[in-house]
Design a protein around this ligand. Structure first.
Ligand code: AMP
Length: 402
């Protein structure tokens, strides 16, 4: 009798002080375990582990570093009979935020790949070092196992130069690798493909506008399964109004704040990335709270909501023009999946473009992928819950399965 082929994938998403993980069975698509370690390096670290069948377990107490965190995760998995030494583990899939122009696909990690991810640190100074830490830790623990990097930017590498380049001096841009890379690509890939499935079509046949509206937010125009434009750029700051990021502003705002406001550049960075967007406009970045305040007549919350929706509508219109023909507009992530009021406002008055929501379908709460446009609508409006971990697992498994 031959051994059953390995068909489990461990997905790791390593942040500077956190490690999120999911162990997924690729034959059944079942999540065997889900968890995270947070506040790594502090005295109050916390591990939360939820087995696919069984009770959630929590442990608090110092976890010194990522190595200790992964070993703690391995112990939890082993306690459920899912140890990382199991022959059923096929590979570890790592989320890596920035793959630059170099990484257009999921990639088996070796020393050259590690070097390239390191070379991209100036483009993602907060994320890539943390991602590398997770990779190195996992490689030390299971050096024999394929470790795959899945890049947030990869899905957007199909953008034509007309969308990917800023209209600035070409030599200066190239010398500093300045171009529009886009982010949330794993989510845009998953959601655009799932939308084609919802429409009963092949991804190659459909054009989709994906609106990923979480605390970070981005839009993309996907033509026949390939990304042709996206709203985030060199960094995740560009584009839509987000929880704490401004999205699009005139770049001269930065010069003005520096010259007239005498603000140091690092302070401007913090202003635009962490003190702007919804929180800068009204003091809250949770759309649930903004909705509640707006409904109670709060003017600041109303203004924040209006600016958020106005930007969203501009991008829907822009990507409609980029694609020429649109089969679906799809909402995903925390706000997109849950806030029917945002979806309704985003397409209000766009019947001329074939866009509308059915009030009842849009208001109904459900955790599954669903259409919210009226029956027979020219353009489908859909809600598709994103699943970045499943997409990372799928891409990882596709590289290593026989
Ligand atoms: P994400 O980054 O995808 O986790 O989305 C986070 C944002 O989505 C939060 O800041 C909330 O504004 C919003 N959100 C998350 N869950 C819900 C929910 N159940 N209902 C309404 N909004 C939600």
């Amino acid at each position: 009798m031959t051994a059953a082929p390995a068909h489990r994938v461990l997905v790791l998403n390593s942040g500077s002080s956190s490690l999120k993980y999911q162990l997924i069975d690729m034959e059944s698509a079942a999540r065997l375990a889900v968890g995270l370690v947070e506040r790594i390096g502090e005295r109050t670290s916390r591990l939360v582990h939820t087995p696919g069948s069984g009770e959630k377990r929590e442990r608090t107490g110092p976890v010194a570093d990522h190595d200790a965190a992964l070993k703690a995760v391995a112990r939890e998995l082993a306690a459920d009979g899912l140890g990382l030494d199991s022959p059923q583990l096929a590979a570890i899939g790592h989320r890596v935020v920035h793959g630059g122009r170099h990484f257009t696909e999921p990639t088996v990690i070796d020393d050259a790949v590690l070097g390239e991810i390191e070379r991209l640190i100036p483009l993602a100074p907060l994320h890539n070092p943390a991602n590398l830490l997770g990779i190195r830790t996992a490689m030390a623990l299971r050096p024999d196992l394929p470790q795959i990097a899945v890049f947030d930017t990869a899905f957007h590498t199909t953008m034509p130069e007309s969308a990917a380049r800023y209209a600035i001096d070409v030599e200066t841009a190239d010398a500093h690798r300045i171009r529009r890379y886009g982010f949330h690509g794993t989510s845009h890939a998953y959601v655009s493909r799932a939308t084609a499935g919802l429409l009963g079509k092949d991804p190659a046949e459909v054009n989709v506008i994906v609106l990923h509206l979480g605390n970070g937010a981005s839009a993309s125009a996907v033509e026949g399964g390939r990304c042709v434009d996206t709203s985030m750029g060199l960094t995740p700051l560009e584009g839509l109004v987000m929880g704490t990021r401004s999205g699009d502003v005139d770049p001269a705002v930065v010069f003005h704040l520096a010259r007239v406001g005498k603000m140091p550049v690092d302070e401007i960075d913090v202003l635009l990335n962490r003190r702007s967007g919804l929180i800068g406009l009204c003091g809250d970045n949770d759309m649930r709270e903004i909705r509640r305040r707006r409904e109670a007549g709060d003017e600041r919350a109303k203004l924040a909501f209006d600016i958020y929706v106005h930007r969203l509508r501009k991008y829907i219109g822009a990507y409609y023009a980029v694609l020429g023909r649109v089969d679906a507009v799809v909402f995903t992530a925390g706000v997109g999946e849950n806030e029917s009021v945002v979806r309704e406002a985003a397409v209000a008055g766009l019947e001329g473009l074939g866009l509308a929501v059915d009030a009842e379908l849009n208001a109904a709460r459900s955790s599954g992928a669903r259409l919210v446009s009226p029956a027979g609508a020219r353009v489908a409006v859909a809600v598709v819950p994103t699943d970045e971990e499943m997409e990372i697992a799928r891409q990882t498994y596709a590289l290593v399965s026989p």
